[in-house]
Design a protein around this ligand. Structure first.
Ligand SMILES: [Zn+2]
Length: 494
């Protein structure tokens, strides 16, 4: 996915038609969406005040609905600011906090590319230090524009360019950005050290700590809460990640790719060094550290490579992961047989924890799930639960190719990775279960969830023309079901 259980405020539809008022619209659910906004529509008069502009915060406060959204937004931000108190930047300059609309038509290639990213985390109870060493190259020939990095709730400790500390008049910092005013021409190295406070991060985006464990969620724009970065999917780099932490508190240290080194350090600490050999966008970065145990198994791929599979959970949940392991192995086999896609690393990790707000996430070789979606025991689980686990484990695994190795240029392309991957997981579930029953269940979901959304103020096309906050598009399964339905049309599956 990732997916969220409830929609969060507005996603701009991008269509020229006007959105109806929600309470009136609900009276004619679920089958009247095709008439929305048509001339002579009995609701059109009362919609006049909901202009395209006014429906997504950029107009004046005179519109009552707009004011409502604005105040909701402000209170959400306030909660976030309290939760991340130690970051002084976030509590200043309230003017800078106004949301900005992003348009598809404004897409521009990045001025700078990142070739390699070497991250170091020193995990701590009070604060976590993050060192990011990036090999930067110009995106365009002769480029000399400033290098602007995204950043949110970070305390900047130092910046070095080619090993030399950057003086404060050579860069600017605001609550959302760090801008290096005159970067060197050609290839250069940049080292940025920041301090973050995962134990206070209740947004559950970026790196956070919950019930003693560290966990990340970076899709769509969480990586900017870890370090300053060009947080956009078309900036793809090879990563290494070195994690250092207390050995008793955090015996397990996980990140993407292969574990290439680990060992003990002074003061009861230890470290692990991970290397991901494939380029990826930063939204697929992941780190998990804590007290977890694993169920281990293996899978031999079609070319004869043995892949180690590990599912990590708190100790008491381990017995409930056998169906998840079965589902993973079936998914790996099915993707080879049906799509000819073989897994590309020697290790695949899954983490299942109760504190994962996003539901499920396809981080490269380190999928993370909320316990509720994955754990099952014969005493308590129904057939439906087992089928759902098969589907969700398959979905995140299938993203390894549709989403991770082949990724999005920008977030307007979310539909490509999600629609195609939902299509793949539905086919997988149909092949392993009963195709007819699966189809009836999927159509029933579309009618129960997607039709009401499309008939209400959250309606939007699968590729919008603009957005303010990308998170608004992760609305439960709704969006992905619609993408999936479109993929079925493309594939001419009835
Ligand atoms: Zn997905």
């Amino acid at each position: 996915y990732p997916h969220r259980p409830y929609p969060r405020l507005l996603a701009h539809s991008g269509s020229e038609e006007q959105n109806p008022q929600p309470d009136q619209e609900y009276q004619r659910l679920p089958y009247s969406s095709s008439k929305r906004g048509s001339p002579g529509n009995k609701y059109s008069g009362c919609l006049a005040n909901l202009t395209k502009e006014g429906s997504h915060w950029t107009g004046t406060r005179s519109n009552p609905l707009l004011s409502l959204h604005s105040s909701k937004f402000v209170s959400k931000r306030t909660a976030c600011l309290i939760a991340t108190g130690p970051s002084p930047a976030a509590t200043e300059e309230p003017e800078m906090d106004l949301p900005k609309e992003i348009f598809l038509k404004d897409y521009k290639k990045p001025d700078y590319l990142f070739d390699t990213v070497d991250l170091e985390f020193q995990l701590g109870d009070e604060k976590t230090m993050v060192t990011s060493k990036i090999a930067v190259s110009p995106g365009n020939e002769g480029n000399s524009s400033p290098l602007t990095l995204h950043g949110c709730d970070l305390k900047l400790l130092s910046i070095k360019i080619n090993g030399t500390e950057l003086k404060s008049d050579k860069y600017t910092v605001d609550p959302r950005h760090l801008t290096i005013l005159t970067p060197p021409a050609g290839v250069f190295n940049m080292e940025i050290v920041t301090e973050i406070y995962p134990q206070l991060n209740t947004s559950l985006e970026g790196l956070y700590r919950s019930t003693g464990n560290f966990c990340t969620q970076c899709e769509a724009e969480g990586f900017r809460k870890i370090t300053y970065f060009q947080d956009r999917p078309d900036v793809m780099a090879k990563y290494t990640c070195r994690i250092e932490g207390d050995k008793t508190l955090y015996p397990v240290l996980l990140s993407n790719g292969n574990l290439i080194e680990q060992g003990d350090l002074e003061g009861g600490k230890h470290y692990a060094l991970w290397e991901d050999p494939f380029k990826k966008p930063c939204y697929l970065f992941a780190l998990v550290a804590g007290q977890l145990e694993c169920r281990e198994d293996s899978f031999v791929t079609c070319s004869g490579r043995k892949v180690t599979l590990r599912i990590w959970t708190p100790a008491q949940d381990l017995p409930k992961t056998s169906h998840a392991m079965y589902s993973l192995k079936e998914a790996m086999k099915w993707d080879e047989e049906v799509f000819g896609l073989e897994y590309d690393l020697d290790l695949f990790n899954i983490v299942v924890v109760p504190d994962f707000n996003m539901g499920a996430m396809e981080n490269k070789s380190l999928n993370v799930f909320q316990s509720r979606l994955v754990l099952a025991s014969p005493e308590a689980a129904t057939d439906g639960d087992y089928a759902a686990i098969l589907g969700v484990i398959g979905h995140e695994y299938f993203h390894n190719w549709t989403g991770n190795r082949v990724t999005c240029r920008d977030w307007f392309q979310l539909t490509l990775k999600e629609g195609l991957t939902v299509f793949r997981d539905q086919e997988f579930s149909s092949d392993l279960g009963c195709r007819t029953v699966k189809r009836i269940a999927d159509v029933s979901k579309l009618r129960s969830y997607q039709f009401p959304q499309d008939a209400g103020p959250m309606a939007h096309p699968i590729r919008p023309l603009s957005y303010i906050k990308m998170d608004n598009f992760y609305t439960g399964q709704l969006l992905f079901l619609k993408y999936y339905a479109l993929n079925r049309v493309y594939n001419n599956v009835n």
